[in-house]
Design a protein around this ligand. Structure first.
Ligand code: ADQ
Length: 485
């Protein structure tokens, strides 16, 4: 069996039950344990000077290979182009895009340098799976170094519509670099369609649907394949964690403080893509328009800060502190706080138990590749008395979790109505919606996601041979029309 090499910006620390041991890390680590292999990426260290060296750490059949970044590389590659240019653009926030040519050069330079560090560790039949927007030029750099292995890429965040991607001045170089991979995985069909649109309309390339569901892409002189692979969770393990935590201290404390009031629960990294300001305002609108909900429900928002050295993140933090203070000032009573706004990480088991103890999961990103919190919330529910998921139509998860109350996160009144409806939904309907979603989560758990991607990447040579004639631009447009209809 070929070794698997995972490449991602950060290498997840594998500590069972810890905050970082999420489904993705566990799912990928499982695959590595099966095939043997390596997880390669940045250690998280930022060095003022010197020559960063790879640290190798063996855990059974898995090698963790990590390396620090120099301060300038961190600033240009991570903080700059990845998080101040690509992250906002790919989340449809062209207004927040900051572009600096030197940052892009740094981004390419660091990708090239990281690839160069990996090459001596590779064997001929290794399969390489690269993750996320930090590493778009990684395959191009490996190819330039003569690497012939199969290389796949999975994009965890949305792929934006062409007109939004054009806001990134180096869009052409980015998509060209993507075309050096053998297989591109996107979270949803709309992301895949957005990529195909760019290939056909902006890169003069061609796309063709294969009988097995993959899309064959020809662009920039390359032939590759692309598909949608919605990432999942392990729903039954989360359910078990939630059940086990039901009598734990965090849930007991929450219940004692609530005195029988209901809870609306949200958990996100503190990020402007997550729609937090709109979410707070919709909760306020609920209290405005449904006076019976006052002193009857509290909204718990858990949001640990991330990327706190970027201006846009400082800004969203200040805006939220102002909003929660204003809304609490307006509605709080001596014995009731409407919004609990908590800036910290919790262990997965605690989050699962809190999800189970709440009546509404409130997940309303403005854009999100998938949103695992939505899937974790459903997984954690009590099958006999489940809570209701209120979910943004712009989360990738909305493509699968059709049993949620689907909202537009910009429609404050619509979200307030959905919250009111969620709080009043009869048991039979809650159970039916929960069962529907749980079946979907079990069918597409994180192992299924990983195995589908790995199977396609492994078989990619055969798929190339089986490829049918290319579809023309006109035929692509005809299919687009059918999709939209
Ligand atoms: P994120 O943007 O980080 O991920 P999400 O999918 O919700 O978003 O994953 C966050 C994970 O962190 C979840 O497992 C959640 O439980 C955990 N988490 C969040 N807040 C926490 C807290 N306070 N304490 C502890 N844990 C917390 C990116 C993309 C998503 C995509 C994922 C996976 O932006 O769209 O779903 O990758 O592909």
């Amino acid at each position: 069996m070929s070794r698997l090499i995972i490449v991602s910006n950060r290498v997840a620390p594998i500590s069972e039950g810890g905050p970082a041991a999420g489904g993705l890390a566990v799912g990928v680590y499982d695959a590595l344990k099966e095939t043997g292999g390596m997880w390669f990426g940045w250690s998280g260290d930022v060095l003022a000077s010197g020559q960063p060296q790879i640290q190798l750490e063996e855990h059974g059949p898995v090698t963790f290979a990590t390396i620090g970044l120099l301060r300038r590389d961190y600033d240009q590659y991570y903080r700059g182009f990845s998080n101040a240019t690509l992250w906002p653009a790919f989340h449809y926030r062209a207004d927040l895009v900051q572009y600096d040519r030197h940052d892009f050069e740094g981004y390419r330079r660091v990708n090239g340098w990281l690839a160069h560090q990996l090459v001596p560790l590779l064997r001929d039949d290794d399969i390489i799976w690269v993750h996320d927007y930090h590493l778009i030029p990684f395959a191009e750099a490996l190819r330039a170094a003569g690497v012939k292995n199969r290389i796949g890429f999975f994009l965890h965040i949305p792929f934006p519509a062409s007109q939004v991607l054009l806001a990134v001045p180096t869009h052409h170089e980015l998509v060209k670099a993507l075309c050096s991979f053998d297989l591109l995985g996107f979270q949803t069909k709309p992301d895949l369609r957005a990529f195909c649109d760019y290939v056909v309309n902006e890169a003069d390339g061609s796309v063709m649907q294969q009988p097995d569901g993959l899309t064959r892409v020809e662009a920039f002189g390359q032939t590759l394949f692309a598909g949608d692979y919605p990432i999942g969770v392990y729903p039954d393990e989360i359910a078990e964690l939630a059940r086990a935590g039901e009598r734990g201290k965090p849930v007991r404390t929450l219940k004692a403080t609530l005195h029988g009031r209901k809870v609306i629960m949200s958990v996100d990294r503190l990020d402007y893509s997550k729609g937090l300001v709109e979410r707070f305002r919709a909760f306020e609108r609920l209290l405005d328009q449904h006076p019976t909900q006052r002193n009857n429900v509290s909204f718990v928002q858990i949001a640990p800060p991330t990327r706190a050295d970027l201006h846009a993140y400082q800004d969203i933090r200040l805006r939220l502190e102002a909003e929660s203070g204003r809304i609490n000032g307006r509605y709080a009573e001596l014995d009731w706080t409407p919004i609990w706004y908590i800036h910290r990480q919790y262990e997965r088991a605690v989050l699962a138990a809190l999800f189970r103890a709440s009546q509404v999961g409130y997940v309303t990103p403005l854009r999100d590749g998938m949103n695992l919190v939505a899937k974790e919330y459903v997984s954690a529910q009590d099958p006999e008395d489940p809570g209701v998921l209120v979910l943004s139509r712009f989360a990738g998860a909305a493509q699968e979790l059709t049993g949620a109350l689907i909202v537009n996160p910009l429609d404050i009144d619509g979200m307030a109505d959905a919250l009111a409806m969620a709080l009043a939904l009869p048991l039979a309907e809650r159970v039916a919606r929960y069962r529907d979603m749980m079946a979907q989560l079990r069918e597409n758990n994180v192992s299924v996601w990983r195995d589908r991607f790995m199977r396609d990447l492994t078989q990619i040579g055969d798929k190339r041979r089986a490829a049918l004639p290319l579809r023309s631009k006109a035929a692509h447009e005809a299919v687009q029309g059918q999709d939209q209809g």
